[in-house]
Write a protein that binds this ligand. Structure first.
Ligand code: NA7
Length: 852
């Protein structure tokens, strides 16, 4: 085969390009690797600024695919310097004869797909056209320095240095007046070393960063020991971890420990000198602002204890954004450097740069001369290098145009309209939120296995489907929206480059989850991809992940507990089990007042709990019915949900117990529900409620009781209701709906558990009675406005949907929320699942609307 027509063209000879070249050769694919630089190394080739180091320990930041490397190469430090990592890359390239497969000093200037030939044509800076079946961008996430967006940059006559394009023979700042603009990782690593040489150093800071000490030295003893003991297990754990470094995830909330204990735990993490240690101390640092503040406060206190001038310490202290939502930094003596008399910090928020001048910088009310200016202003991250060249896919569409509002990919690996184009650590993959080595190896192996599989099956093209790509975008957004990342101006969000779309570019669901998803895509016959070849075409269209990521984590955690199915228990055992589970959940928000009492039910007293908001009354009131399949639960079993609705909707809630089956079967619960509603309405004024504003609400079987109570109120002369809020309600005892099959198992409420509930509650003959199955009522007109919430992964989904549709068809005003990615129980999990907040917020808004 000629060099101008190969199976695969790879752009970039960093760690990704090197490993991919090796794997392509091993598997008999012809290839060309094109590299702009004159040597291998990628990031570690370009970023030669003083102090450049990897922030991940050398026990973890190294290849695993060649086990011999572990014996041949020994790292001299815990965090390797740039020259050492570059030597490592060169060693790997020499050992595996990879230099011979790379065209150096060769840039790609164009790439065009042809549907006719089913090939890409790549044009290089050397004027060569190379055709290839597959085109892989191994261009790195932080390889395109950001254009300087500071006025007057081209006026300055002295030497200018950009951290990401540092001169190969180094720079001597001895005796010079130096300006450093920027305080990200590159600046934080280089400033202490530049300060050692410079006569005067002025640091221009726009946003302070959180930095933790590297405590560099030998490799961490505990990790070395684990590697020696069982390297395979260690590496496997890294691959399935959250960030690509084996760290046991915390199960402790930062808010659940005493402040002194939290400090001690954080001090231990601080002393470890590992980038991820502080964030991993508590389970909720990334998702809860108050929990994050515990860590942020700790770091600020450290800064205050290191930096002698309190004003400078305060300027260096990040405020207003959560720890971890901008890339945290690691340093050696960064904060200490500001104690040196010749080092000064300028806050650009109070003293902005007016202009770079011929001889220095005009800022605030000052003009200063400098002998050198260092731009440590960062990168056009994640997408900059990919869209730098117009990659023209099908129908003349370029990736740049397609991504104008944010990158659209399937798995961060591929994109619709660009057949046979692969990105390594592309946007939509864990990439910069992970140990890059782990993510690079996973992507290389996935691409390799995909190409081998296509060749074996006679396929020539692979391209994701629009549905799969949109599904992946939505999943990435679901993952991002439960974190604190979205409110911070970071390069993760594209916020550092003017005009760049604002989305979270990397996938934040975790390395392990991501790997499992990619493996699942392959195992399900390339789910979400269309494959074509001269012999066949195949398309398994679909969305690989729709469940909310935090809901999935809870299900995974529960699966590991191996709990017995409730339907194997007696009702008494099931009640005890339900109470025990309730005892360990977060309580929910504080309300103004809680009063327990009893009211007359249909056949005797019923307990209730009244939740009253702290605001002044009289409040509208919601009569609430708990879940528990008519068998278990009580007036207090949905306590967190009731508190949440009370606070968010600013309404009073009266949560009512009702008689339970099997002791009291149908229609006991329905009759008690209606009796309780009548009693609350009759006593509304004396209880401090607004008697004109009453609604019903309920979850699950309680949703059934609420819906039935609303029908009974309509048919029996009141009370008049302003609304009904039904959360994943039971509406139809026939259980013929498709969701009972689709979601039969695996989502806590199972098909067989639902059957167990019905068997305890009602005889088959009774189940078609509208008091058991409100969906089967002959007439649904004249009912109060409704909000019906159904969950995608709930056996009851379709009967809830059907009730919403039937109400609407009968002329009832209905708000119907289909909660994507949720289960029967997840929306009730207050303070446990961030993804359940929006549906509950919508429920509270509906209550407010009911009451005007
Ligand atoms: P970063 O982390 O993007 O840091 C760039 C820094 O430059 C940051 O402090 C920026 O402030 C600052 N900056 C950028 N533009 C300007 C302008 N116009 N004026 C003033 N200050 C500016 O890049 P690094 O190279 O340090 O690190 C990149 C990654 O490499 C790092 O996270 C590791 O993953 C390795 P801002 O915060 O935007 O206000």
């Amino acid at each position: 085969m000629s060099r101008s027509d190969v199976d695969v063209v790879v752009v970039g000879a960093g760690f990704a390009g090197l490993y991919l070249l090796h794997e392509l050769r091993e598997n008999g694919f012809s290839s060309r690797v094109l590299e702009t630089g004159d040597d291998v190394g990628g990031t570690w080739y370009w970023n030669r600024y003083p102090g450049a180091r990897c922030d991940i320990s050398t026990t973890d930041y190294q290849f695993t695919w060649d086990p011999e490397l572990h014996d041949e190469w020994s790292w001299s430090e815990k965090h390797a310097t740039q020259p050492e990592i570059l030597r490592y890359a060169q060693h790997v390239a020499r050992k595996h004869d990879l230099y011979s497969g790379i065209d150096f000093e060769t840039r790609v200037v164009g790439a065009v797909w042809s549907d006719e030939s089913r090939k890409w044509t790549i044009t290089t800076s050397k004027g060569e056209n190379i055709t290839c079946r597959h085109y892989v961008m191994a261009t790195g996430c932080l390889s395109m320095p950001k254009e300087p967006d500071i006025p007057g940059t081209d006026r300055y006559k002295g030497p200018v240095y950009v951290t990401g394009r540092w001169p190969h023979d180094g720079v001597d700042f001895t005796g010079q007046r130096v300006a450093v603009i920027g305080t990200g990782s590159s600046a934080i690593q280089s400033i202490p070393l530049i300060a050692e040489q410079a006569a005067e150093l002025v640091v221009f800071q726009r946003t302070p960063n959180f930095s933790v000490p590297a405590h560099n030295g030998p490799q961490p003893a505990d990790r070395v020991a684990r590697l020696r003991e069982d390297r395979g297990a260690y590496e496997a754990e890294a691959r399935l971890s959250t960030s690509g470094v084996p760290i046991q995830p915390s199960t402790t909330s930062a808010l659940a420990v005493a402040p002194d204990t939290a400090r001690e735990m954080l001090e231990t993490a601080w002393q470890r000198g590992e980038l991820l240690a502080l964030g991993a101390t508590f389970m909720d640092v990334g998702i809860s602002r108050p929990a994050n503040e515990v860590v942020s406060d700790f770091i600020r206190s450290k800064i205050a204890s290191i930096v002698k001038d309190p004003k400078t310490a305060e300027l260096l202290s990040p405020r207003g954004y959560p720890f971890g939502t901008k890339r945290p930094c690691m340093d050696t003596n960064y904060y200490q450097t500001f104690n040196l008399p010749h080092v000064r910090l300028v806050d650009l928020n109070t003293d902005p740069i007016r202009s770079i001048t011929e001889t220095g910088i005009d800022f605030g009310s000052e003009s200063r001369e400098f002998d050198a200016i260092v731009y440590a202003t960062g990168f056009d991250a994640m997408t900059g290098a990919i869209v730098a060249v117009d990659i023209e896919g099908r129908d003349g569409m370029t990736l740049k145009k397609k991504w104008a509002n944010g990158p659209l990919t399937y798995l961060g690996l591929t994109s619709v309209g660009f057949p046979n184009l692969f990105m390594i650590t592309g946007p939509g993959s864990p990439s910069v939120l992970s140990n890059m080595m782990v993510s690079i190896e996973q992507h290389v192996e996935w691409i390799r296995d995909t190409l081998v599989s296509m060749r074996e099956e006679g396929f020539e093209t692979i391209e994701p489907t629009p549905r799969a790509e949109e599904g992946w975008r939505a999943h990435c957004e679901d993952c991002a929206s439960i974190t604190l990342f979205q409110d911070t101006n970071s390069w993760y969000m594209g916020a550092n480059v003017p005009g760049k779309p604002r989305v979270l570019f990397p996938y934040i669901g975790g390395v392990g989850r991501y790997r499992k998803i990619c493996d699942e895509v392959t195992a399900r016959g390339f789910l979400g991809f269309e494959l074509t070849g001269s012999v066949a075409t195949r398309c398994n269209d679909g969305v690989v992940r729709e469940i909310q990521p935090d809901v999935e984590s809870v299900l995974e955690m529960m699966a590991t507990l191996g709990l017995p199915p409730i339907e194997a228990m007696s009702p008494v055992e099931a009640r005890a089990f339900s109470e025990a589970s309730s005892a360990v959940r977060p309580p929910g928000p504080a309300v103004g007042e809680m009063i327990d009492g009893s009211l007359p039910g249909e056949a005797g007293p019923l307990e209730y709990r009244l939740y009253r908001p702290a605001s002044g009354g009289p409040h509208p009131v919601v009569v609430y019915f708990h879940g528990g399949g008519w068998v278990f639960g009580s007036h207090v079993s949905d306590d967190p949900l009731c508190r949440d609705l009370c606070v968010q909707a600013d309404v009073a809630i009266v949560s009512v117990n009702y008689r339970h089956a099997p002791e009291d079967r149908f229609p006991a619960a329905a009759l008690d529900g209606y009796a309780a509603l009548r009693w609350v309405a009759a006593n509304a004024a004396s209880l401090g409620f607004d008697p004109a504003r009453i609604a019903v609400a309920g979850w699950s079987a309680g949703g059934n009781v609420a819906a039935v109570a609303a029908q009974m109120a309509r048919d029996n002369g009141g009370p008049e209701l302003r609304g009904q809020l039904l959360l994943t309600p039971v509406t139809d005892g026939s259980r013929q709906h498709q969701s009972h099959t689709d979601n039969a198992d695996g989502y806590i409420l199972t098909k067989s558990l639902m059957e167990w509930f019905w068997n305890h509650y009602a005889d088959p003959a009774d189940r078609s009675n509208p008091l058991a199955s409100p969906l089967l009522a002959p007439d649904l007109s004249g009912l109060p406005p409704a909000m019906v919430v159904t969950a995608q992964y709930d056996p009851l989904r379709d009967e809830g949907d059907a009730y919403a549709e039937a109400l609407s068809a009968a002329g009832v005003h209905v708000e119907h929320l289909r909660a994507k990615g949720h289960t029967h129980t997840s929306i009730t999990m207050v303070d446990m699942l961030p993804s359940s907040v929006p549906p509950r917020r919508a429920m509270a808004s509906a209550l407010r609307r009911f009451f005007g």
